[in-house]
Design a protein around this ligand. Structure first.
Ligand SMILES: NC(=O)c1ccc[n+]([C@@H]2O[C@H](COP(=O)([O-])OP(=O)(O)OC[C@H]3O[C@@H](n4cnc5c(N)ncnc54)[C@H](O)[C@@H]3O)[C@@H](O)[C@H]2O)c1
Length: 346
């Protein structure tokens, strides 16, 4: 079988995609694109990729590509994905799926009508500790889950004043749509995507607004968001996300599920991009903590699994329909914050 030919658009996190595809023997990144010509040349040389373009449109005009990774700022996800799907390419799009749920729906519609796959890069699903926990939850280790909490806080970790992350017109929002999308997905994925009913939320820019004003940079998104979500089965989830907060840790991620038979936590080792997983339960009147000390060591990149799902004609491990569920909650959180009242999720 010929190798699947892949294009990558946007060469920030896009470099991780290039490396991720290299894990699969049936995949080859043959084309890259970025508006920044120096970056295209640099990455092309580094990874020995010959076809180098300085616009997404040029790459999307190539008719021999099987897959394209969309790794551009959020504003461009929908249009570039829809164009790629329409030209017969399967799409691995970075998170968030789009700027809002309407865009997500248009992308899903294009994927269905063109019969091409659309996966969203919820990369934390491919974390070995998360995979181990998901298996235990699916095997019933927690019993009935009735409450969950998901958190990603940074003490000071705003991704660049003056860049696209801080401009709502390019990003769709701040810390919530950037970091929160991962932690929200992690909680919902472990909970098996219950149907949300109500959201009450607020957002703040208390720490970033004064800095942006002082250095005269555009920054019109939140640095902190908090929400409570109620699902139609009575389960609740609380969400806390920040790029900047006055706490002791520089980077703190934690997702907890509380169940009738057991509870779990997936978290980072404070300040590091290393993770641990633990289960808590009771047996014969005693309380046990069960820490995961070995995790699957054969976990591959999300790009590997995307290629595998195409070759084997099976569901992708992070389908766009699930990303739409996440996006609907992001929209509801922003709407509740704006209106100052609870909102129904539609
Ligand atoms: N899955 C993850 O963990 C993860 C991590 C980081 C970023 N992301 C997502 O990846 C996307 C990109 O983020 P980033 O951190 O790489 O940003 P970045 O700013 O570092 O890189 C984006 C690149 O895209 C290029 N670009 C901008 N507009 C373009 C266009 N219209 N056509 C072609 N190229 C264009 C820029 O020149 C830049 O090189 C975002 O959606 C972000 O949310 C995901």
């Amino acid at each position: 079988m010929d190798k699947l030919k892949i294009g990558v658009i946007g060469l920030g996190i896009g470099k991780t995609h290039i490396r991720g595809y290299r894990e699969h023997p049936q995949a080859e990144v043959v084309a890259i694109a970025d508006l920044n010509a120096n970056r295209v040349e640099e990455v092309g040389r580094e990874y020995n990729i010959k076809r180098r373009y300085t616009s997404a449109e040029e790459l999307l005009g190539q008719d021999d590509l099987d897959i394209v990774s969309i790794c551009t700022p959020n504003k461009f996800h929908m249009q570039q994905s829809v164009t790629a799907l329409g030209r017969g390419m399967h799409v691995l799009c970075e998170k968030p799926i789009g700027m809002n749920a309407d865009e997500a729906r248009q992308m899903i519609e294009a994927s269905r009508s063109c019969d091409r796959r659309l996966m969203i890069n919820f990369s934390y699903r491919f974390n070995p500790q998360a995979i181990a926990l998901k298996k235990r939850v699916d095997d019933g280790a927690l019993g009935g889950v009735y409450f969950a909490r998901t958190v990603w806080h940074r003490r000071r970790g705003v991704p660049g004043f003056g860049g696209w992350f801080g401009r709502k017109s390019l990003s769709g929002g701040g810390a919530l749509i950037d970091l929160g999308v991962h932690r929200l997905d992690m909680a919902l994925w472990l909970m098996d995507f219950p149907e949300p009913e109500w959201v009450i939320a607020n957002t703040w820019d208390a720490l970033t607004a004064p800095v942006a004003e002082q250095i005269e940079k555009t920054f019109d998104v939140e640095d902190f968001a908090a929400a409570t979500i109620r699902f139609n089965n009575g389960t609740m989830l609380t969400v806390e996300i920040s790029w900047a907060a006055n706490i002791e840790h520089y980077e703190l991620m934690e997702t907890r599920l509380y169940g009738t038979h057991g509870g779990l936590v997936h978290r980072n080792i404070p300040d590091k991009y290393e993770y641990e997983a633990e289960l808590f339960f009771e047996q014969d009147g005693d309380q046990y903590d069960q820490k995961l000390s070995s995790t699957p060591d054969d976990v591959k990149s999300s790009m590997y699994y995307f290629v595998e799902s195409i070759i084997e004609n099976k569901e992708t491990p992070a389908p766009a329909e699930e990303a739409l569920q996440v996006q609907k909650l992001l929209d509801a959180i922003y709407l509740s914050a704006e209106k100052g009242e609870p909102v129904r999720v539609s």
